[in-house]
Design a protein around this ligand. Structure first.
Ligand SMILES: [Zn+2]
Length: 465
């Protein structure tokens, strides 16, 4: 068995790992590289292998940095099947269609400003061709055959709905090689998705290290902080703006708000708005796969207390629905994209509220360097919104504990649940984070650790039975 790394090598985006076993080639993920402008140039570079030779893609989850280059793979000749859980398949369709729209807008913007005709990385047609490759939906724990002597098992990674760790096993006459890809792992203590399944014993483990060097603030502290912020803002008669990405954190917040609503936390006359068509479409998928939720949310559902539809919540699908939110005077809690204020409907709400000292802007996710979100988190006194310089008077807050990613403690706990592998390969982390994690791995007895370079290839020795 050989494994090579064509993305997320010493960085966090572009996950794409090639496994050669049983005379065939398989990919684990085929994600987008995401730089400051969302659609990094690196995506148009060659894959580093021939897509026509790949017989299947095993997709761990629907985040863009794991599925975003699939349509490009298909466009360049991939004809195999894409294997994923049913929830990942449905969410990937939404994520890729959105990506195709953004790529198209990106090209139109370039054409307007540079007058040269660029073509998008891929189009909606390529996305539809990609979705046709999802022939096999796989359940957690089910063993699927990839080739004679090669099979794979998906296990719940607890990161986002449908997310999985994937183990590939090659069995020869008197030897066996087992490689486990962690995928992105969920963080503990969040009251939303079921926790990750215990990992299976493996000879080689390829592991994400996004937060390998630090621990999050506890989830309970973070929810308490958010609750205080909302009540203070409403007491002043202001509005609360929460920029969010469409997947996961939005649904998690809605679930929290539903619980708080039942407890009588929200004052009379206050309203919650979900102003994001993509988030609303994703929410529909969440309802379809409610068996993945943890016990608390399943209990709400069984009592017909739907976390995604309740009186105080308005879903704004059309732009008219979105505009109508402006008519409400105070005590509005608005969830809209984009999560880093690099566009999206939230920009219109921010334009209206930026100089309102009674209102609050609350960030619940990581803000990349170069984004408006980051400027605001860093305390900018004036910012540009729609080309106009504006003074910032809105109250700003950053709450750290809502991450969908495992922190250092969670990653180590996950390692403890399996026997020590012969080799650990660290990916999906900034250099500092991977080095930080390498230093603590001896705590769980792991001593053979490597950090592959982009394009690096390793031959894995078989274990004789
Ligand atoms: Zn992810």
């Amino acid at each position: 068995m050989r494994v090579s790394f064509h993305g997320a090598a010493r960085c966090v985006t572009g996950s794409c790992h090639l496994v050669e076993a049983g005379g065939k080639k398989f990919l684990v993920d085929c994600g987008m590289f995401q730089g400051a402008d969302d659609m990094s140039q690196e995506n148009s570079h060659p894959f580093g292998f021939d897509p026509r030779e790949v017989s299947a893609v095993l997709l761990t989850h629907a985040h863009l940095d794991h599925c975003g280059r699939l349509p490009l793979l298909v466009k360049e000749g991939f004809q195999g099947s894409i294997i994923a859980t049913p929830a990942t398949r449905d969410l990937t369709a939404i994520v890729l269609m959105d990506a195709a729209h953004i790529l198209q807008e990106h090209v139109e913007h370039q054409q307007r400003h540079h007058e040269h005709v660029a073509t998008p990385l891929y189009t909606l047609v390529d996305v539809f061709d990609t979705m046709r490759c999802f022939q096999k939906a796989v359940r957690y724990g089910e063993t699927i055959s990839l080739a004679p002597g090669v099979d794979a098992v998906f296990r719940d990674a607890g990161h986002i709905l449908g997310s999985a760790s994937v183990q590939i096993t090659e069995t020869l006459e008197n030897s066996r090689t087992r490689i486990l890809f962690s995928g992105d792992l969920g963080s503990s203590g969040r009251s939303f998705l079921a926790p990750p399944d215990p990992p299976a014993d493996s000879d080689v483990v390829v592991m994400e290290t996004t937060y390998g060097d630090r621990n999050h603030r506890s989830y309970a502290d973070s929810t308490a902080e958010l609750r205080d912020l909302i009540s203070e803002t409403f007491r002043r008669g202001g509005n609360v703006l929460i920029p969010t990405f469409a997947l996961e954190r939005t649904q998690e917040l809605l679930f929290l708000f539903r619980k708080w609503d039942i407890e009588g936390f929200f004052p009379e006359g206050s309203r919650i708005f979900l102003d994001s068509p993509m988030a609303i479409r994703s929410t529909d998928v969440f309802e379809r796969y409610s068996e993945n939720f943890d016990a608390e949310i399943r209990d709400l559902l069984s009592r017909h207390l739907d976390p995604f539809h309740f009186d105080r919540l308005t879903l704004a699908r059309s732009t008219d629905d979105s505009r109508r939110i402006n008519e409400s005077k105070g005590l509005s809690l608005i969830l809209a994209g984009s999560g880093m204020l690099s566009g999206g409907r939230m920009m219109y709400h921010l334009e209206r509220e930026i100089d309102n000292a009674r209102s609050s802007l609350v960030f619940v996710g990581y803000q990349s360097v170069g984004t408006l979100g980051r400027e605001l988190v860093d305390g900018a006194r004036t910012v540009k919104i729609f080309g106009k310089e504006r003074e910032v008077h809105i109250n700003r807050a950053m709450i750290n504990g809502f991450s969908a990613h495992a922190d250092q403690r969670d990653l180590l706990d996950w390692c403890r649940k399996m026997s020590v592998p012969e080799l650990a390969i660290l990916v999906h982390g900034e250099e500092r984070s991977m080095e930080g994690f390498r230093k603590v791995l001896p705590q769980v007895g792991w001593s053979h650790v490597t950090l592959p370079e982009m394009g690096e290839s390793l031959t894995l020795p078989p274990r004789y039975l």
